[in-house]
Write a protein that binds this ligand. Structure first.
Ligand code: ZN
Length: 64
């Protein structure tokens, strides 16, 4: 698999069944006419979960 987590910097080895998570950041998202900046990256599910409040759709049953 490979690639490094954008949160912790460690290699993503696929040990978690939901790894890797792909995330995309878009600046000025509400303004159609704005120059947009975009960046995408991957990270560990557990790391992203620590910094972003996930919705119930992204949390497996049984996990909190
Ligand atoms: Zn990580």
């Amino acid at each position: 698999m490979g690639g490094k987590c954008c949160i912790c910097g460690e290699v993503i080895d696929g040990s978690h069944k939901l790894d890797p998570c792909y995330i995309e950041i878009v600046t000025n998202a509400w303004d159609d006419d704005a120059d947009r900046l975009q960046q995408s990256s991957v990270g560990h599910y557990d790391c992203i979960k620590k910094v972003i409040k996930l919705t119930r759709y992204l949390i497996p049953k049984g996990e909190g």
